[in-house]
Design a protein around this ligand. Structure first.
Ligand SMILES: [Zn+2]
Length: 318
């Protein structure tokens, strides 16, 4: 049969009457071809995974390896605390299959965003599932910029033990959605968890003999880390973003006196000249601790940053 004959059969209504068997066979063949093409597409398409902010991206990327496309929602130079979602984020979530979040109130921008994405198929992985949060302390003396979290303190990723739980939660979530890559997820998670265990051992052995280690932070990021290794985050003082007033310096000085701390802990990217001024006035060093809310997208960045944090803590603790 030539193509033109074939077309004629298809377009002549009488042809279908004359050759019912042919029509049935043709329709079946088309159905089979379309069906198998769809199956091929489903098998070769990778699951699109979106992680909310830096540590969630690092852990998810470590577990998925090259088997998934992982995107980050909050750009890695912006902290999730001050993030405002954009329309392009809603589009990312509309096309995603999996959303990985820290939870515990960290991603306040997320609820409206998920609703706007209109993607009922989106599977959310809560990396903090099963972790008992610490209450967020009310240690701030009369100054706050909407930084309190009703669900507790969200900075659990800074404890290498709780980070292992987060990695395991992400692994289980990925396997549930994408079981055919289960072996890859298990192997990758195991390797990353092993590195977290080694990191924990380093913290334990190097901070184990510390007797007196108290600090003041300007961001309530370290209660889990401090609890794990017997150091003490004595106070968290919010400083205004623009200019430090004499009253702010008085608050820091009062806390330094009250808690007998060894250091003031700032973080990467914070305006150092203002803190240097406070440091001079209170006679204590300003050191940098990295909350890993911003930084590099390489999953190994977590370890680089945490080892720097360990060096800093070892330097100020006695
Ligand atoms: Zn934070």
């Amino acid at each position: 049969m030539s193509p033109s004959q074939f077309l004629r059969i298809l377009t002549q209504p009488s042809a279908w009457k004359r050759r019912p068997l042919f029509a049935v066979l043709l329709i079946s063949a088309i159905a089979i071809i379309v069906g198998s093409l769809t199956t091929v597409a489903q098998n070769t398409r990778s699951t699109k995974v979106v992680a909310t902010f830096l540590p969630m991206y690092l852990f998810t990327k470590a577990v998925s390896g090259s088997s998934q496309e992982v995107e980050i929602l909050v750009p890695p130079n912006v902290t999730a605390h001050e993030y405002q979602a954009s329309p392009s984020d809603a589009r990312k979530l509309a096309q995603a299959e999996i959303l990985v979040k820290n939870g515990l109130g960290m991603e306040t921008f997320l609820s409206g965003l998920v609703a706007n994405a209109g993607n009922p198929q989106l599977k959310q992985i809560d990396a903090s599932q099963g972790i008992e949060p610490l209450k967020e302390e009310d240690h701030d003396h009369g100054h706050s910029h909407g930084h309190s979290h009703a669900e507790g303190n969200p900075h659990v990723w800074l404890d290498p033990i709780l980070a292992q739980k987060q990695v395991a939660n992400i692994r289980e979530g990925l396997i549930a959605v994408d079981p055919k890559n289960a072996q890859t997820y298990r192997a990758n998670a195991e390797a990353y968890i092993k590195q977290l265990q080694e990191l924990d051992q380093e913290f334990k052995s190097r901070l184990g003999s510390v007797k007196d280690c108290k600090f003041i932070a300007f961001h309530d990021a370290y209660p889990y880390l401090a609890r794990r290794y017997g150091i003490q985050q004595m106070a968290v003082l919010d400083l205004p973003d623009d200019s430090i007033s004499p009253r702010d310096i008085q608050r820091v000085m009062a806390a330094v006196k009250e808690y007998q701390v060894q250091a003031l802990l700032s973080e990467p990217g914070v305006n150092d000249s203002r803190l240097q001024q406070i440091s001079n006035d209170v006679g204590l060093p300003v050191k940098t601790l990295d909350p890993i809310e911003t930084g590099s997208l390489d999953p190994q960045y977590y370890f680089t940053a945490m080892r720097k944090n360990l060096n800093t803590l070892e330097g100020i603790c006695q």
